[in-house]
Each structure stands twice: as structure tokens, then as C-alpha cells.
Design a protein around this ligand. Sequence first.
Ligand code: NAD
Length: 737
Amino acid sequence: MTYKNFTVETDADGIALVTWDMPDKSMNVFTVEVMDEIEKIVDAVVADAAIKGVVFTSGKSSFSGGADLSMIRGMFSMVEEERAKDPANAVKKLFDGAGRMSWLWRKIETCGKPWVSAINGTCMGGAFELSLACHGRVASNAKSVKLALPEVKVGIFPGAGGTQRVPRLANTQDALQMMTTGQTLTPQRAKAMNLVHQVVEPDQLIPAAKQMIKDGLKPVAPWDEKGFKAPGGGIWTPASAQLWPAAPAILRRETSGNYPAALAILKCVYEGLQVPFDTGLRIEQRYFTEIVQTTEAFSMIRSLFISMQELNKGARRPAGQPKSEIRKVGVVGAGFMGASIAYVTAAAGIPVVLIDRDQEAADKGLGVSQKLVSDAIGKGKLTKEDGEKLVSLITPTPDYAALADADLVIEAVFEDRDVKKAVIEKVEAVLPEGAIFASNTSTLPITGLAKNSKRPVDFIGIHFFSPVEKMMLTEVILGKETGDKALAVALDYVAAIRKTPIVVNDTRGFFVNRCVLRYMAESYDMLIEGVPPVMIENAAKFAGMPVGPLSLNDEVAIDLSYKILKATVADLGEKAVDARHMELVARMVEKEERFGRKNGKGFYDYPAKPAKKSLWPGLKDFYPQKKAEEVDVKVLQERFLATIALEAARTAEEGIVTDPREADVGSILGFGFAPYTGGALSYIDGMGVKTFVALCEKLAKDYGPHFKPTPLLKEMAEKGETFYGRFDPYGQAKQAA
Ligand code: NAD
């Protein structure tokens, strides 16, 4: 029999080597077709007496990335359609759909012949669960091999047997930790956890897997043997009596109860370990059906899985532009940002000319890459050879003539219009025709900067976030005259350095900083009201923000906030900022000399390590303090999320953000907007625009007019619209095509 996605070769020992290699994909993923073919393979193996066992592997450099997005999207639309017709049947269909993979893997496990999974590369989600259902697992020790059940990161959980097999193989604590965080395992760690049997050299993978079968591997899972006991003895043991009461508390500490899928993992494991294996699978299937219907799962899958992949694959790339060849990049300004931009560019294999005012300053910029490389080598993340190659790609120089053959130049000089003007002119004097100029400015509108350029069509903003080597987002900003080629080159460059782009129109603060400033401003309001600082920080974390607003302000630097406030007043007038905010920040900077983490004194104190930072006690003396019981923490949480979401809605209304996917992904990757909501606009869609408008009206009454819902929101509430409906990204794409 032949298959589209698999080849099956049976050797003289009767071992069938099943190689998964999807012809039209760079990575193997589960589709309905793939599952149908696996089922046929299982049936064929069982029916063929000559086959003694199966080695299952991948023909690609990775093993598999797990489920395909189109399958997940198909599941959601199927439920939506079905719900309209027959709600009860929709749930039944969902239940059956949720169990398809699970029972297919169980069929492999109970087919009567031994299966060994030979894991040659990244093995994620359903693919790891398939491997766990095989009787043997061998992993290659290549650096590229990573194993994980990362479902919780997109609002669901390992629902194809993962929650039942992992705690029957590994100890419960490790199993819970791994699944509730979506942690990635090296093959060595997976072996230590008892999740793979052998770790071998890459060229020994298939021979070792076959040998397991030749050595008489039993085609029976441990839990199908009589007398099986889970590691640690299951639930009713002294060790479990210590673990289980603490587990929900630890989870609550880590997630503030915002992630229903993480809690479902605990339930599946706790309940599943007390029943026979098949019943455990059924319990898992029921919880999965429940979780997949939550707003959190829907929104997280949409933003963190589907939209993110679409944006990474160039969803906003203008049609008809050929793929750009970026052979050389110039970075002007080898300071804090420029040095790191050079590093991420060289890490993508692109030669970089790194320019600063003199050789010494340019060399200092190169030093940043040298340090990052030596740290990576020290941690075993980079070989010495690759590290040396990376550094050799960066040429530090004060000589602009070196830009004569650059395809793209990114400036990261001081945030000063005159300095930038001079740099634009100097670069354009040597830059070849058709090359693109990008500014990394964080506050200066691109259209204004482009006025200094002789070719504003080729002028664009590429806004990085610090630390550049860690932050996954870049904001691409279109000036009024920016052309399609500039956008295509910017997006191709962002793809080359493996970051996620969002494309926004020009405005003060662009998208991300506009939202972030709202977050910090709300914390200033709370301080002024006398809310104890610790409650402000904790409320933000309970709302799902990874970093409290005061802590974030310390990282960004309070003197920078002061500068931004002053610049806003200079450009837009006194009324553009809240005078009380100005007073607070001015006092912090001028009187208290508290600039943030950078001088060890901000809203927090930063004692020498290993001591931890703590809120500065002096802050409490700024305003009369409320008692804890006078503060409603739930309302504080709502205020943080609502003020950011409102700002995101304003950017949509103003046409700054044109695609809701970008507001959502940008808000999560840019400043960690409560990921369980799916992002700032999904937060609104998730509760319904009408409910959001009512919330904003209530907050406006109690906390000020900045919460007033905008005309667009009111109109959408009236019409019962959503952001994804009104600004339908797929409709837009269809129109553009
Ligand atoms: P920085 O002061 O660390 O670096 C600026 C560098 O530019 C210095 O090395 C300086 O010597 C060099 N420079 C100044 N004038 C020059 C000239 N005429 N020719 C060549 N080099 C010159 O500043 P930074 O924090 O890296 O910020 C740079 C830009 O990036 C600014 O526009 C800033 O708004 C933007 N930005 C900063 C951040 C951040 O977190 N710091 C984030 C995003 C964007």
C-alpha cells in the first residue's frame, strides 16, 4: 500500500520502518489525512503476519510540530456551525473530535505488535503523545532534538493521552511541572524523567530502535500489565499526601487562576491516576472537550498559534513584491540598541556594517556581540566555530562609505531629530538606489523623519524592543509615503532574524508604547489615590500581566518617562498630560533622584545580589495611604486591562492598527498583555463589546474620563459587532489579493 505522507519499508527481520515525510510541508503536522493514514498503517501492520514490529520516524530534520492549525481552525468552525443548528450535537461532535487522536494512539499501543518511536528532531504536542503511546522511545542526542507538551501555552492541554501517560511514567511532580508550564525537555532530561528509553548518536537512531524490537520489546504498555503502579505509588501514598494539597496552591501562585487548561491538567492527573487507563483517557477527553470551548482556549489558539504563524509567514507582506535579497545590513549607532540589532542580524547569517561616531564607539558595539557569543558558548548554546563566524560578520567602522553596497540600513542613534537628520543625509549620500532606510526611533513619527530623506518611499520604521536578543516582536511603521518595497524588505528582514512583525501606521508612540504608557499611567493614578504600591503590583500580576507597572517603569527608566511627558507637553501642550502624573514623576527624578533600575533606585530598591529588589518604602509617604480593605483588587485588575484595551481600540479606530491580529499579538509579545485573553482586542471581543462598553462607562464614572468608551466602541456595541468581524483580517486579505 502507498501513502501520501508516509513510506513503509519492511526489512529482512520483519521490521517495518514507517517514515513520516509530508510532501507539501517543511514540518510534519497532524492533519485529518495524516491520522487517517496512520490508522491504515496500524491496520496493515496488524494484518500482515510478516511484520514483527514498527519503527516510526520522520523523514524531515524535525520529528513533528504537533497539530496543524487548519485542523484546529476546522474544529472551531465545525463547532460554531453545529452550535447554530443543534447545540447538544455540537458538544457531542467536539467530544468525538477531541478523542480521535487519543483513541488512535491507544490503538497503536494495544495493536499487539511492538512500536518504537525514533525521535530524530523537535517532537511537540501530539507527536510526543504518539511517541508515548509507542512501546519504545529512542531519541537522537542531536542539539536540535527537543521534546515538549506545550499545549497549555495556547490555552489547551495534552489531550491525546499526555495527561495519562506522563504521570504513569514520570514522578507526579515532574509530570505536573512539565505539562502545566509546557516546558521543553532535552532528550537527556526526557530520559531522566523516564519518558524516553534511550538517547543515542543520530546515526544510531534507527539501528537502536530496530534493536529494541529484535531484543523482544513487549507490545504491552506498563499500565496494561497486571499490578501496574504509577511511580510514587499513585494518589494514596504519603508522598502524594504532601504533593496534592500543595499542587493547586502552587498553580494558583503561578497563574492566578487565569488558565483553566492548567487546572484541567491537575484534574486529569489526579482523577486519572485513580482509575484504569482507558477510563483515564475518557476523563481526559471530557476535560479537553470542556477546555476547548473556553474563551481562553479560543482566543489563545487564535492569537498565539494561528495569528502568530500567519504574521511570521508574511500575512501583511504586500502582494507582488519579489522576495528581497538582504545581503548586507548597515546599523548606524552602536549603542544600547544598535549593538544588539547588529547581533541579531549577524546571528541570522547576514553581514553587518556597524557604524558609530568613531572607531572606539563602533568597537564597543561589537563588544556586545562578543560578550553575547561568549555567554552562549559558555552555556553550550553555540559552538565556538559558529560564535566566531557570527562575530566575524560584523564590521565596526566610523566610515559611512562601507554602506555603499548595503540593502538595508537601520539607524539607532540618539533620539534627537537633528542628530537623526544628519545621519539620514550622510547615509543617503552613499546608499545605493533602491536600498531601504529604517529608523528605530521609539517616539519620533516616521513621516516627520522621512521629510529629511530624498526618497521617503524607501523610508520606514523598524522598532525593536529591548533586550533585542530576547524580545520576539518588532513593530514596522509606515510613514505617509512609505512604499510597498520598503515594507516588503522590512518584513523579509524581520523574518530573517526570526522575529514576529506587526505593521502599524504612523502615530506618536506607535502601537506598543501607546498601550504601555496607559498601563503605567493607570498605576500613577492608583498611587495618587493612595492604593498601597504592593497592591498595585500584585493586582497587575493577578490580572495576568507578567511585570507590574511600577517594576516595568523601573526597567524602562523613570527619567525616560519624565522626558516623554515633557516632550509631549512641548509638542501637544500642557493639557496633553495629567499634571499630577508630571508632579509624581518629576518628584521621583528631580527630588529623589530615583531613575529606575539603572541607578539602583526607582519605585523599587535594588540591593546588591543575592538580595532581591523590594518596593521603596519612601513611596508610601507621597500620598495618604488607603487601608487594604478599602481597595477592591478586582477593580484594580479591570482598570489595568481595560485601559490598555481601550487604547488598543483607539488605535484601531484611528487606523493605526488595521488588523486585529496585530493588536493582539503585538500586545502579548510587546508587553505581555494577559496572554490568557488572547491579546488586547480579543480581551474586548472575549467579553463582548457591549459588556466592555458597560465596564468602561462604570470605570469612567469612578476613575476618570480616560475610561470613556469611544464612538466606535459604542457603535459596535449597538450593532453587536466584534473587532475580528468588523476588521476581518481574512476579508481584508481577500480584498487585497
Ligand atoms: P544609545 O545612546 O545607547 O546609543 C546611541 C548611539 O548612537 C551611541 O553609541 C552614539 O555614539 C551613537 N551616535 C550618536 N550620534 C551618532 C552619529 N551622528 N553617527 C553615528 N552614531 C551616532 O541609545 P539607544 O538606547 O540605543 O537608542 C537608540 C535609538 O533607539 C533611539 O532612537 C531610541 O529612541 C531607540 N530605541 C530605544 C529603545 C531602548 O529601550 N533604549 C527601544 C527602542 C528604540
